[in-house]
Design a protein around this ligand. Structure first.
Ligand SMILES: Nc1nc2c(ncn2[C@@H]2O[C@H](COP(=O)(O)OP(=O)(O)OP(=O)(O)O)[C@@H](O)[C@H]2O)c(=O)[nH]1
Ligand SMILES: [Mg+2]
Length: 353
C-alpha cells in the first residue's frame, strides 16, 4: 500500500514524513535532490505477528509494509510544481494532506488550505474527464461509440460531481463503476487522510474545528492529528529513549502506529496471517474480501487453483495454543471460496496448480 503526502509549501510534509518513517530528509528544503519525491517503506507494526512468531519459531518473520511518499517538490514555477505533484500521486492508494496547524508567525488557515488542495485535485480530474468525454463524443459521431455508454455515463456523473465542487471520493460508486474509473487514476477519487500538523501546545488535545468536522462527514475521508516536529525528533531516538520521551509528553503511541490504524480504517483494510516453520507473515486485504481473493493477494496461482482454506481466528489460536489443538476443538475449520475473511484470520490455502 502506498500513501502520498501532499500539502501546501511549509505545511510540514517532510517533517511528518520523517516522523512517520524515521527518515532524515531535509526540512525546509523541498524535496529530495534531483526533484524526486522522498520515498520510505515501513513495516506495519502488529503485536499479533510477534506472538505468532513465538508460537511457530519460523525461520522468517514478515510484516505487511506501507510506502510513504513525500511529494515536497523542488522550487520551481508554481504551476510546474503542481503538475509534478499531481503526476506523483496518480498511483497512490490514499492521499495524506498535511495541514499547518502550528503558528509560524501566521495563524493557521485551515479551511482555505483544505479547499486549496482539494481544488487542485478536482481541477486536474476535470481536465482528464473532459478530454476523455470529448474523445468519446467524437467516436459516437463517427458511429464508433459501441460499448462506450457505461464509460460515458460514469464520467458524466463524475463531471457533475466536480462541477458542484465535490471531490469524486464523495460519490457512492458501484464496484463496476470504480473499475471503469480505475484506469484514469483520478486524484480526487482517492481516500483522503487529513493530517493536522499541530504545535506542541496541542499534544493530547483534540482539535475542535467546525470546518474539519464538516469535511470529516464526507465519505472516504478521515482525520489524523500529530505534532510532526516533536514526533520527528522522537523517531530519531533509540527505541528505549523514544518510549520514555513519549511517556513524558503523554503521547500514548508513536504516530506511525496511530496513522496505520487510521489508514487501515479509511481504506477498509484488514490483515490475515500465514504461519509455519518457514515463515510467519502478515498480508493485507480489503474488508469483506472472499477467501479466494485473499488467496490472490499471496499469489495469482493460489487464487486460480483454490481448493479450500483452512482457517482459525487469531484469538482462537491463542486460546488453543497450537493448530493441532485448534483442530481438535473444531476451531480450525475448512472454508470455501466464498468465505468472508476476518481481521486476524490465520489461513492455510489448499490449492492446485
Ligand atoms: N512549530 C512547528 N514547526 C513545524 C512543525 N512542522 C514543521 N515545522 C516547521 O515548518 C517548516 C517547514 O517544514 P517542512 O517539513 O520542511 O515543510 P514542507 O511542507 O515539507 O515544506 P516544502 O517541502 O518546502 O513545501 C520548518 O521550518 C519546520 O521546522 C510543527 O509541528 N511545529
Ligand atoms: Mg518538504
Amino acid at each position: 500500500m502506498k500513501i502520498g503526502i501532499i500539502g501546501l509549501p511549509y505545511s510540514g510534509k517532510t517533517t511528518v514524513f520523517n516522523a512517520l518513517t524515521g527518515a532524515t530528509a531535509k526540512i525546509g528544503g523541498f524535496g529530495a535532490p534531483g526533484g524526486k519525491p522522498h520515498v520510505s517503506v515501513v513495516k506495519v507494526p502488529d503485536m499479533r505477528i510477534e506472538i505468532l512468531a513465538k508460537m511457530f519459531e519460523p525461520e522468517k518473520v514478515a510484516y505487511a509494509d506501507l510506502t510513504f511518499m513525500d511529494v515536497s517538490l523542488p522550487k520551481g514555477e508554481a504551476t510546474e510544481r503542481e503538475k509534478d505533484t499531481l503526476q506523483s500521486i496518480k498511483n497512490v492508494d490514499a492521499i495524506a494532506h498535511v495541514i499547518r496547524l502550528f503558528e509560524n508567525g501566521k495563524p493557521p488557515t485551515t479551511k482555505s488550505d483544505i479547499q486549496n488542495i482539494d481544488s487542485e485535485l478536482m481541477l486536474s480530474d476535470l481536465t482528464v474527464i473532459e478530454s476523455r468525454l470529448d474523445k468519446i463524443e467524437k467516436q459516437i459521431r463517427l458511429g464508433k461509440g459501441k460499448g462506450l455508454d457505461d464509460e460515458k455515463r460514469i464520467l458524466e456523473k463524475c463531471k457533475a460531481c466536480l462541477e458542484s465542487e465535490n471531490p469524486i471520493r464523495t460519490l457512492h460508486l458501484s464496484e463496476g463503476e470504480s473499475k471503469i474509473l480505475r484506469g484514469f487514476q483520478l486524484v480526487s477519487s482517492k481516500p483522503m487522510l487529513l493530517i493536522l500538523n499541530t504545535g506542541e501546545e496541542l499534544i493530547g488535545k483534540e482539535i475542535q474545528d467546525p470546518d474539519i468536522k464538516t469535511y470529516l462527514a464526507q465519505p472516504n475521508t478521515a482525520v489524523f492529528q500529530i505534532c510532526g516536529k516533536i514526533e520527528m525528533e522522537i523517531a530519531q531516538l533509540e527505541e528505549k529513549e523514544a518510549h520514555l520521551f513519549l511517556k513524558e509528553l503523554g503521547i500514548q503511541e508513536p504516530g506511525l502506529n496511530r496513522l496505520i490504524r487510521a489508514s487501515y480504517d479509511l481504506l477498509g483494510l484488514i490483515s490475515f496471517f500465514t504461519v509455519g516453520d518457514d515463515e510467519v507473515r502478515a498480508w493485507t486485504t480489503r474488508k469483506g474480501a472472499k477467501a479466494v481473493h485473499a488467496a490472490g493477494v499471496i499469489h495469482s496461482d493460489i487464487e486460480k487453483g483454490f481448493i479450500r482454506a483452512e482457517v482459525i481466528g487469531y484469538e482462537d489460536l491463542i486460546k488453543c495454543g497450537s493448530l493441532t489443538e485448534g483442530r481438535n476443538r473444531g476451531l480450525l475449520r475448512l472454508e470455501g471460496k466464498e468465505y468472508e475473511v476476518r481481521d486476524g484470520d490465520i489461513i492455510n490455502f489448499r490449492f492446485n496448480v
